[in-house]
Ligand binder design. Structure first.
Ligand code: RFL
Length: 387
């Protein structure tokens, strides 16, 4: 079994397969240091934690993860806090950084004898429509190589080799939300004990804890923005303005460690199985970061795929593998629906020259419902923490 990509999808899948007695190798384009230090996601859903726990992969997050269950909305009128951990199913997020999780998963995989090859890029997936597919690779010294296998798991993200191997007949449903975020990682403790969503005429600003020493911030920015045009001073001044720090408490400033521009886009590939090739994680579906679903879906799909592969390869039962695509697509569309709702909530007035009053009216109505309706609060909590 060949797994392409050592993100959350690939490493969870590798661990599940290994403990189920299926031999596999993980091929990863990047260097090990890059995988275990690159800051990305941080909010793990309750289901994600359960998956990691039942597969013996949660030791690190149990020790170092922080329980989180409050978000704060700031608008032109005022602010309100939603204690979402008390609504819906009463579930919380666990704040644990993706690269720390990956380091744990890698250690566990290697510890159980798993094989992983870094700096090994899959260039082409061949013969996916046969029972003997192969993956052509560029090895660390630049030489070409080939891995032959029974199944290939494409866990290599939206620009990986797995997506390139799809034949006509596969469908990509795509939505460009038309807005971009400047994603920032600051060397500073969180400024509030909640996820902060600030709705402002100049654009959305967001705050998410990562650790006691680092915090993620987001600033809605114009398409085509280059991160370098934002100086540290401009970033902090704009955050303070949009988050209304003068009214609701100052921001804890610090060095900006990372700045990336993310164009808010979503897509879903259908189906997720192409003969002997399976897609999981961002390779299967890209979710706009508005509701922090990407890493959570990746873990969910990896477990479903891993168990189905064990059923097929160890117990000669192909049925769960046949159902893999339909089963995951249900979860994916539900996450997409909620993320889309969040995109619309957070970006009311995107065009300062246009008439945004209708959009603003909808947004205010949604915020008001979240503030006052118990039913809406339950719905939000269930979808926000769930996958
Ligand atoms: P990944 O993590 O992108 O891993 C794919 C791996 O495949 C490798 N690769 C290849 N290897 C071999 N050959 C090739 N041809 C290859 N092409 C690629 C890559 O080097 C990489 O190591 O995909 P995966 O496993 O599907 O996991 C997806 C998640 O990483 C992603 O959805 C999340 O990070 C999204 N996301 C968040 N998700 C959450 O659930 N909660 C969050 O709080 C959250 N915050 C975020 C985020 C994404 C962000 N960015 C950078 C877009 C915050 C940010 C800023």
């Amino acid at each position: 079994m060949v797994i392409v990509g050592a993100g959350p999808a690939g490493l969870v899948l590798g661990n599940v397969l290994h403990s189920g007695g299926v031999d596999c190798v993980i091929l990863e384009r990047a260097a090990e240091e890059h995988v275990t230090t690159r800051a990305r996601a941080g909010f793990l859903a309750a289901h994600t934690v359960r998956v990691l726990e039942r597969n013996g992969l949660a030791e690190g997050l149990r020790r170092r993860g922080q329980r989180h269950g409050v978000c704060e909305f700031r608008t032109e009128d005022d602010r309100f806090r939603l204690d979402y951990g008390r609504f819906g199913r009463g579930e919380h997020h666990t704040v644990y950084q993706q690269h720390e999780l990956l380091a744990d998963l890698l250690e566990r995989f290697r510890g159980s004898g798993g094989r992983i090859l870094f700096e090994t890029e899959a260039t082409v997936v061949r013969d996916a429509d046969t029972t003997r597919p192969s993956v052509a690779v560029r090895e660390p010294d630049g030489r070409p190589g080939t891995w032959r296998t029974r199944y290939v798991a494409g866990c290599d993200g939206r620009h990986g080799a797995a997506r390139r191997a799809l034949k006509p007949g596969s469908v990509r449903h795509h939505r460009d939300h038309g807005v971009s975020w400047l994603g920032l990682l600051a060397e500073a403790p969180p400024s509030l004990d909640a996820v902060g969503y600030a709705l402002h005429r100049r654009g959305f600003a967001g705050h998410m804890a990562r650790s006691s020493a680092t915090t993620r911030y987001y600033l809605q920015c114009a398409r085509g923005t280059t991160p370098e045009t934002w100086s540290e001073e401009r970033i902090w001044d704009e955050l303070a303005l949009r988050m209304r720090a003068a009214d609701y408490g100052p921001l804890r400033r610090g060095r900006i460690l990372q700045r990336t521009v993310v164009a808010l886009e979503s897509d879903v590939l259908e189906p997720l199985r192409h003969g002997s090739l399976f897609l999981a994680g961002d390779a299967a579906s890209l979710v706009a970061p508005s509701a922090a679903k990407g890493a959570n879906l990746a873990v969910l799909e990896a477990e479903i795929l891993g168990r189905a592969l064990i059923d097929d390869l160890v117990h000669a039962d192909p049925e769960p593998l046949d159902r893999y695509s339909a089963r995951c697509l249900q979860h994916i569309w539900r996450a997409q629906a909620f993320s889309h709702w969040m995109v619309e909530l957070l970006h009311g007035a995107t065009d300062p020259n246009g008439d945004c009053r209708f959009q603003d009216g909808l947004r205010h109505s949604r915020i008001e419902a979240l503030r006052t309706s118990r039913t809406q609060q339950d719905w939000f909590a269930e979808n926000y923490v769930g996958v």
